[in-house]
Write a protein that binds this ligand. Structure first.
Ligand code: UT7
Length: 320
């Protein structure tokens, strides 16, 4: 048995923030952002938190799968921007959707989070522990961005995507994940003061800090490397894969990946122009769009691949 995606859902906040909107308070430029990143606009939450986005995406995925929430045995939320340190965003989702038989927890693997979640659930399904689960990528990174730092804040957007996953004969063929903790300082965000209030610390929440060039260099090397590795290890020809659904971080990274994998850009779907980089949510939001507009057909071979803070990376080959 393996893990098969049987339903998808996505939810993004209503408020659209265009590049021109950013120019009102930031020394930036619409043409620069479009050319250097491919982003035209992003969704930014005003009052909705990460858990609310995750719940809405989960509800849509459950409706799409046509299952009863009570059938769900495990809820995994991949997020780096949970509203609270505890309980988990997954607990909020489990309670809100009535998945009363599910165990629920969050994972933090930044933009690779959805693939890490799929990898974990695949392990549970293969070992026969669970049959039905929900993996959600949900982020409100707008709340940890330094909106005066033009080198990072222009990139990100808020949103959530979810997938209902069930044991089946066909589905995930192989997952591949990795971490390089020595590069943790390339992209990070302080969650708490390192000192406690008793010994002279004060509560402090940090902003995201990113060395964009380092992340870029890492991504253009790592994404093709793991995609090629997964093709090789499974004996799959690159032409036999219909869709390469890659984390939406920058269109230049996607174009470079297309060249290095040796595939045309038509095989790499793009929606970063409308949503920016939604971190753990980017892959499931894209899968949901493609499933609903008919681009994804049952039996298609699909590769997913993401990278992010950690540094982390992941790829999956699956039959839709
Ligand atoms: O999910 C993972 C999350 N992170 C990423 O994926 C980040 C990956 N990195 C990137 O996407 C790119 O490195 C960035 C988009 C962040 C930056 O693009 P770049 O081509 O590496 O630009 P740069 O940092 O080399 O900056 C080039 C110039 C600089 O000006 P000077 O020194 O040449 O005069 C920057 O100050 O562009 C300037 N610049 C901007 N100009 C207008 C940087 N940000 C902006 C901006 N608007 N927002």
């Amino acid at each position: 048995m393996t893990a098969r995606i049987i339903g998808t859902g996505a939810y993004v906040p209503e408020r659209i923030v265009t590049n021109k909107d950013l120019m009102a308070f930031l020394d930036t430029d619409d043409a620069w952002i479009r050319e250097r990143t491919g982003i035209c606009e992003r969704r930014i939450s005003t009052e909705e938190g990460t858990s609310v986005l995750a719940i809405r995406a989960a509800e849509r995925a459950i409706a799409d799968a046509g299952i009863d929430p009570k059938e769900i045995e495990i809820v995994i939320v991949a997020t780096s921007s949970a509203d609270r340190s505890f309980p988990s965003a997954a607990s909020d989702v489990q309670g809100a959707i009535g998945a009363e038989n599910a165990v629920a927890f969050d994972i933090t693997a930044a933009c690779s989070g959805f693939i890490y979640g799929l990898h974990i659930l695949q392990g549970f399904i293969q070992s026969g522990i669970y049959r039905t689960g929900l993996v959600i990528g949900a982020e409100t990174l707008s709340k940890v961005l330094d909106w005066s730092d033009r080198s990072s804040c222009i990139l990100f957007g808020d949103g959530a995507g979810a997938a209902v996953i069930r044991a089946d004969e066909e589905g995930v063929i192989r997952t591949l994940v990795g971490t390089d903790g020595k590069k943790a300082d390339v992209l990070w965000c302080q969650a708490r003061s390192l000192r406690n209030c008793l010994t002279g610390g004060k509560p402090e929440l940090g902003f995201m800090v990113m060395d964009g060039k380092e992340v870029f260099k890492f991504a253009v090397k790592k994404v093709p490397e793991i995609v090629n590795q997964i093709l090789e290890e499974t004996g799959t020809a690159r032409e036999d894969v219909q869709h390469y659904v890659l984390h939406q971080a920058n269109t230049r990274i996607l174009e470079s990946a297309a060249r290095r994998i040796g595939i045309p850009m038509e095989k790499i779907p793009v929606n970063i122009d409308r949503y920016g980089n939604t971190s753990a949510a980017s892959i499931p939001i894209l899968l949901d769009e493609m499933s609903r507009d008919g681009r994804l057909k049952r039996g298609d071979k699909v590769i997913l691949s993401g990278f992010g803070a950690g540094l982390t990376w992941g790829a999956a080959l699956l039959t839709w």
